[in-house]
Ligand binder design. Sequence first.
Ligand code: GLA
Ligand code: ZN
Length: 656
Amino acid sequence: MKIGVDYYPEQWDSTLWEKDAGLMARTGVKVVRIAEFAWSKLEPRDGEFVFGWLDELMRIFARYGIDVVMGIPTNCPPLWLYRIHPEIVMRGADEKPIQTGIRGHRCINSDVFLSYAKRITERIVRHYSSSNQIIAWQIDNELEAYHCTCEVCRKKFREWLLDKHDTLENINSVFGNSVWSGEYSDISEIQPPTAYPKTWQNPSLCMEYQRFSSECTAKYVKELAMIIKREIPKAKVTVNAWLGGSKPDIYKFFDEVDFVSFDNYPPINIPADKDELYSHTFFLDMMRGVKGKKFWIMEQLSGPTGSWEPMSQTPRPGQIMGYSLQAIAHGADTVMHFRWRTAVTGAEMFWHGLIDHSNVPGRRFNEFTELCKSISKLGVIDTTEIVSDIAILYSPENEWAFKIQPQTEGFDYIQQLRFFHKAFSHYGANVDVVSPESDLSSYKVVIAPAMFVYKKQAAENIYRYAINGGTLILTNRSGVKDQNNNCMMQPLPSVYKELVGAEVSEYDPIGNNNQTIVDFAGNRFSCSQWCDILSLTTAKAYAEYDDGFYRCCPAVTMNRYCSGVIYYVGTVCEMDFYKSFAGNVMLQTGIPRLNDLPDGVEVTTRTNGLDDFIFFFNNSDEGAEIRLPKAMYSVIDSVGKDRISLKPFGFDIVRK
Ligand code: GLA
Ligand code: ZN
């Protein structure tokens, strides 16, 4: 378990380096990430490499016993490179070059750019190949599935399409190009679907373009990772994922690297409505699920955010420490804080770090120091893992398809997953977020929300899970699209209807309007966004609609298929429904429930096979008390206790 910081030596006078390293060491910082944007300092002119300054910095960190994550600075090519090779710049939806001098403006598909990117990577890696100080390498920064419209990308996209579909006729057929005279008669007519208005573009084309862009990013990561591995076979390589921009397929993105890392900026503002989706743990569980392994936080919230947008509130007392421990509870084993000190120059001077512009350590820094102290007591959990009975399936393709064609007002794919995540974790259960193609055999409950786009391997995997006796939850908007992102000519949920034992006879995309459902026990819940009106074949109704022309029609169903139990939630409900439903499913499947957890208190269990360590985190701005069934030993306070008192964003870890 390590705490680290992101550090930008190139942005500070070098006389600060030693002082900073000294304070880091005294505070308990074990690792720094450096250099991910420092290309122009390492290669100020074409082919002229300068490592002296970085060597000196590395010596300083070595003296203070601080390890290094070395960044490969390909996110920001130096401006001389754009001057010599203007063709390497990314082009926007208007086909014009993106303005340089900001960042991330290189086209990763350009062979010219790639040859320079490989050269700088090779130079850095060779220069530090014998360093024991570098414990990991980060390629580029927050890579996206870029929608570049340059000539190279156009050409590569056309070739990619032809390679996949063989002929233009096939492309015309899978895209359904007879709509609106869209048939291609020459390959040059294929254009990336970025032009305005994007919403009128062909959804099949949009999907293929997203797949292509995502594959290009994964390929780019692979090429640079190979260079690092070739020079240093033992090197640990990563890329840092974020939640914004055009997301690549995270499973493929991380395929080529050794471990997952994530830039974690949990929300600072607490919503007034307690049922609003707020906790960030879903994304932490998602990162753990990518490889089913522990991961790193490469950037962690450290201060008010802002710069190009108005600043956020400052993190409330407890959030700096609490959010880091929350990440650890969910499987992070190293948490790097962004950033050591707030920049005084450049575009990001109001995205705050641990130390403010004044360079006087303050409240946030003191809390960070406390965090470092607590971490030093957590050696016992180093070897523990998170084992879950429950999995939620996350599919990048479904997320893309819903972005391409929003289904109804308010409907958001990730939110559909988070409703269930919140409901099950509300009872203190560990929840995994994994790929629909991963091994599901160890789970007691699998939730597969909105399986919109058909994928054979995923559908077969889900059937296999149910046939073998699993409890499966499916929802509305499943089985709607084929692999080409076209609609299936079948009653919904098409490929899943055998499992569900019911068909959608009609649907009502009610958006922000409300409906009501009544469950088998007479509980009433309001619902909105989407209503599937179901007709049963073998399933039984779990809940029915109570309003309007489909009053008394099933809204939620339960079916048996082979030895499996399959629920189908045909609508989108208020949080109380998901909690009640999850509670029932846990009861049916024998998953233990903690029934009296105060609002906002999150419980995660990490185990080493012998001992269970229970993490209690108060994800709210009000204090909370939890009574334990027996006295347990607190790893944080080193005492036995039978009740846990948590301050706002407070934390405790007990050994069961
Ligand atoms: C991202 C980037 C960082 C920095 C922060 C804050 O996470 O990776 O370089 O820009 O955002 O804005
Ligand atoms: Zn391009």
